[in-house]
Design a protein around this ligand. Structure first.
Ligand SMILES: [Zn+2]
Length: 159
């Protein structure tokens, strides 16, 4: 797995999402998303997230049907064979999505970083970078987390 790096090739973090952005992310329907930054992130990680959601759904279904249901009195009922596994699939799928989200975003860091920078935010911590001085190597250094970003990548698009 690639380690996220800034434009001086030093390891950095991936900017966290606010709880509002995380909520849009968990709904996962790009056309509904109001936050432009989240919308663009969703585009980048869509395929991975669909894969994870499907896998989580199947795992949830198997977990209920093969592991848990035999120990309940719900065998041979519609509730046990259809409704609960359906809900279970969604819950497990969402849980796995949430646990793997950081990994998914790290994996696509170069694109995710580009999106955050375009919106004027540090890709390592989300700090506002517009109007900060550019150093000799053309980088703007984030005062919050010390990550350095090429000034040309910052703020091309207004959030
Ligand atoms: Zn930063």
């Amino acid at each position: 797995m690639p380690i996220p790096k800034d434009d001086r090739d030093r390891p950095c973090a991936v900017a966290r999402l606010t709880s509002r952005q995380l909520a849009w992310r968990s709904i996962g329907i790009k056309s509904l998303t109001k936050d432009e930054l989240v919308k663009q992130e969703q585009q980048v990680t869509l395929n991975t997230e669909i894969g994870i959601a499907l896998l989580g759904g199947v795992l949830g279904w198997i977990l209920w049907t093969a592991v848990i249901m035999p120990f309940t009195s719900l065998q041979n009922t519609l509730l046990g064979h259809l409704l609960i596994p359906f809900v279970f699939s969604i819950v497990i799928s969402t849980l796995i999505w949430f646990i793997t989200l950081t990994w998914v975003r790290q994996r696509k860091f170069s694109k995710i970083a580009g999106i955050h920078l375009k919106h004027g935010h540090c890709a390592g911590c989300g700090y506002e970078l517009r109007d900060l001085p550019t150093e000799n190597d053309g980088c703007v250094v984030c005062p919050e987390c010390n990550a350095a970003w090429n000034a040309d990548r910052i703020g091309a698009e207004h959030a």
